[in-house]
Structure formats: structure tokens, C-alpha cells
Write a protein that binds this ligand. Structure first.
Ligand code: UT7
Length: 337
């Protein structure tokens, strides 16, 4: 292999509007759905999340992605013109056509790049980083921008307290660049898997080509998320644990070698159950679900960026990204920082 890939900059961005658990309680009440702040916090670890204002062009999915990517480029000392490849992970695109990646490219001005969307739901950033890693290793890409960004609030089903309490909006980005194959700081491995048999655990029935959105379907909220939270919870705990162990073992490491664990931030109880299973000390886990809720493809890059910027993540450390999402999709990436 001629090359390896390395993250040289990270960034994140969130919309202005804070939605506390009590704001969610009030919104659900409008649909006659009962919940309370204490239940939400005890069962999910979430205290607040951010919601985009769809009428504000600065808070569109692609605009949040641009704000996150500008910070990542600044940290990396690169400009949009340095970017060869844009991988935009999202399941809440600005529009079905064109891709959000192309909206993003238009706004950030990366005219040398080719840009594509990647939909692996909450696993999107990890899938995107694994893709960038392979393009860089093949020699085709020198500098890639991987973005994980979501504006999920328009897809929340307010008649269902499962999705209403969990999701939030935000964006995270990473600049990934070519390095020497045996460079100390590089992406060490990626393990990815999907199980389409479990599609029914989280999906949106209408609005795609298989089910056009009609006024009747709109009235039945068919364009909003349907989720079996209880089942996803179980699969998530099992697969996050399996992928964490697989990533470490395949590189000859144990949990003692790990410096930071960055799991998908879906629900703090899922994270707790996984760290118990894999024997990871709580001090090594990076968490932001309390402040931002589940931002799907944005959870891992935003949590990563926070830990890079506040100095927790240092050169030479071993970092594990671990995800699951609708599809279902799973994956883990091990990085020597
Ligand atoms: O990013 C990937 C996407 N999704 C996920 O990762 C979701 C994973 N799942 C979850 O996070 C959890 O399943 C939820 C937070 C969605 C639900 O929590 P849970 O602990 O699995 O609740 P449950 O469905 O097992 O319900 C337990 C009890 C039930 O009452 P009874 O039957 O025991 O009396 C529910 O009716 O809690 C009740 N309940 C609620 N009460 C107040 C369920 N949701 C709520 C609520 N407020 N929002």
C-alpha cells in the first residue's frame, strides 16, 4: 500500500434554538402525548437538543455542514480549493435532488472536488470516513472532507414519544488527508456491516419513489419517522459491543490500550450498557448526547471535535469510533491520532 489516511482537522456547528426536555414535553402535549423531563433524562441522558429553523437559510442541513467544515479546514490549514472529494453523510437531505453534497459544494466553493451523499443514517460519518480512507489509500484522493450533518426535526413524529424525545440537529466534519503508509498517526482499520432485514426498526414510509406523498398520507404522518425503540436498543448494545471488540482485536489491542471511545450518541443508557460489556472505564468515553440529543450522522464527528478542541484527544492516542443506525447499519473505525 502506498498511502494511509489521517484526520488533520475537525469542526462542528449547531443551530441556535435550544429545545429543553420541557419544550419537548409541551410540543408532545399539543398532540395529546404525555411525557416528562425526568423520564426523558433518566431513560436517555438527554437534557436538551438543538432544532434548526427551516425558514433560516443559514440553518439548512448544507449550511450547518459548511459551518462545521470551515472550522475543520481552518484547523487543518487547508482551503476549500484543496479538497478533492466531499462525502456528505446524511439521512435528512436539503432536497432529494440535487444531493446535499452538491448544495454544500456550491456554498463552500470547493470547485476541484467531486461530491456525493452517503445515507447510512446514524452510521453515515463512520461509513464516510471509511470510504475516504479507501480513496486516499488507492491514491485517487489526496484531501477529503467528510461531513455528518442532519436536520431531523422535520421528520419527527410528534404523535410518537419515542422519536420526539431523542432527535436533534447539528453537523460535524473532518478533513482527511494522505499520509505515509506506516505513519504513526493514521486510520488503522474500518469494519462495516449492514442488515437490511431489520429495515422496519427505523424508517420513513412515504416521500420516496416507492410511496408518493399524497394529502392523505401527509395527514397520517407517513412522511415522519417510525421507530421500534425497544428493539433497536437491544441490537445496538449487542452490535456496538461486538464491533468495538472486533476493531480492537483485529489490530492486536485490548480495551486497556484504548485512550478514547467515541460511540454513536443515541441514548446514554445504550452507551452505559456497551461500556459495561466491553469493560471500558467511564473516563475514556466521550459523550455529548446530554446537550445535543441524537443528531444521527452528526453525533460522532461533533463529539470527536469537542474532545479534540478541549484537549482531551492528544497526538499518539488510540481512538475508537463505534456506530449503529437505521438500515440497520453498523461499523467501527480505529484511529491512531
Ligand atoms: O440512532 C438510532 C436510532 N434510535 C435509537 O437508538 C433508539 C433506541 N431506543 C431508545 O432509546 C429507547 O427505546 C427509547 C428512549 C426510545 C424508549 O425507552 P425505553 O426504555 O426502551 O422505553 P420502553 O419503550 O421500553 O417503555 C418503557 C415504559 C413504558 O411504560 P410501561 O408499559 O412500562 O408502563 C412506556 O409506555 O416507559 C413508557 N414510555 C414513556 N414514558 C414517558 C415510553 N416512552 C416514554 C416517554 N415518556 N417518552
Amino acid at each position: 500500500m502506498k498511502y494511509a489516511a489521517k484526520i488533520i482537522g475537525t469542526g462542528c456547528a449547531f443551530p441556535e434554538r435550544r429545545m429543553t426536555n420541557n419544550d419537548i414535553v409541551n410540543r408532545l402535549e399539543e398532540e395529546d402525548v404525555a411525557t416528562d423531563d425526568r423520564w426523558i433524562h433518566e431513560r436517555t441522558g438527554i437534557r436538551e437538543r438543538r432544532f434548526s429553523d427551516p425558514s433560516n437559510p443559514e440553518e439548512r442541513n448544507s449550511s450547518l455542514g459548511v459551518a462545521a467544515a470551515r472550522k475543520a479546514l481552518e484547523m487543518a490549514g487547508r482551503t476549500p480549493e484543496d479538497v478533492d472529494q466531499i462525502i456528505y453523510a446524511t439521512c435528512s437531505p436539503d432536497t432529494l435532488l440535487p444531493s446535499t453534497a452538491c448544495w454544500f459544494q456550491h456554498k463552500i466553493g470547493a470547485s476541484r472536488a467531486w461530491a456525493m451523499d452517503l445515507n447510512a443514517a446514524c452510521s453515515g460519518f463512520v461509513y464516510g470516513l471509511a470510504t475516504a480512507d479507501q480513496f486516499i489509500k488507492s491514491g485517487q484522493t489526496r484531501t477529503a472532507l467528510v461531513v455528518g450533518a442532519e436536520v431531523l426535526n422535520p421528520f419527527i413524529n410528534w404523535r410518537d414519544r419515542g422519536t420526539g424525545i431523542l432527535f436533534g440537529d447539528g453537523a460535524g466534519a473532518a478533513v482527511v488527508e494522505r499520509t505515509a503508509p506506516e505513519a504513526p498517526a493514521r486510520i488503522l482499520s474500518s469494519h462495516l456491516l449492514s442488515d437490511g432485514n431489520l429495515w422496519e426498526l427505523l424508517y420513513i414510509p412515504a416521500g420516496g419513489s416507492s410511496m408518493e406523498l399524497t394529502p392523505e398520507r401527509f395527514a397520517e404522518n407517513m412522511h415522519k419517522m417510525r421507530m421500534n425503540g425497544k428493539e433497536i436498543f437491544k441490537v445496538a448494545v449487542r452490535t456496538l459491543s461486538e464491533f468495538a471488540n472486533r476493531a480492537l482485536e483485529s489490530n492486536g489491542f485490548t480495551i486497556d490500550d484504548l485512550d478514547w471511545f467515541v460511540p454513536h450518541q443515541a441514548n446514554y443508557r445504550i452507551i452505559e450498557a456497551v461500556v459495561r460489556r466491553i469493560g471500558c472505564p467511564r473516563e475514556k468515553v466521550i459523550v455529548n448526547v446530554d446537550r445535543y440529543g441524537n443528531t444521527s450522522a452528526a453525533t460522532i464527528p461533533t463529539a470527536l471535535d469537542e474532545a479534540v478542541r478541549d484537549g482531551r484527544i492528544q497526538a499518539g492516542q488510540l481512538i475508537l469510533l463505534d456506530c449503529f443506525g437505521a438500515g440497520l447499519t453498523y461499523g467501527a473505525i480505529l484511529i491512531r491520532w
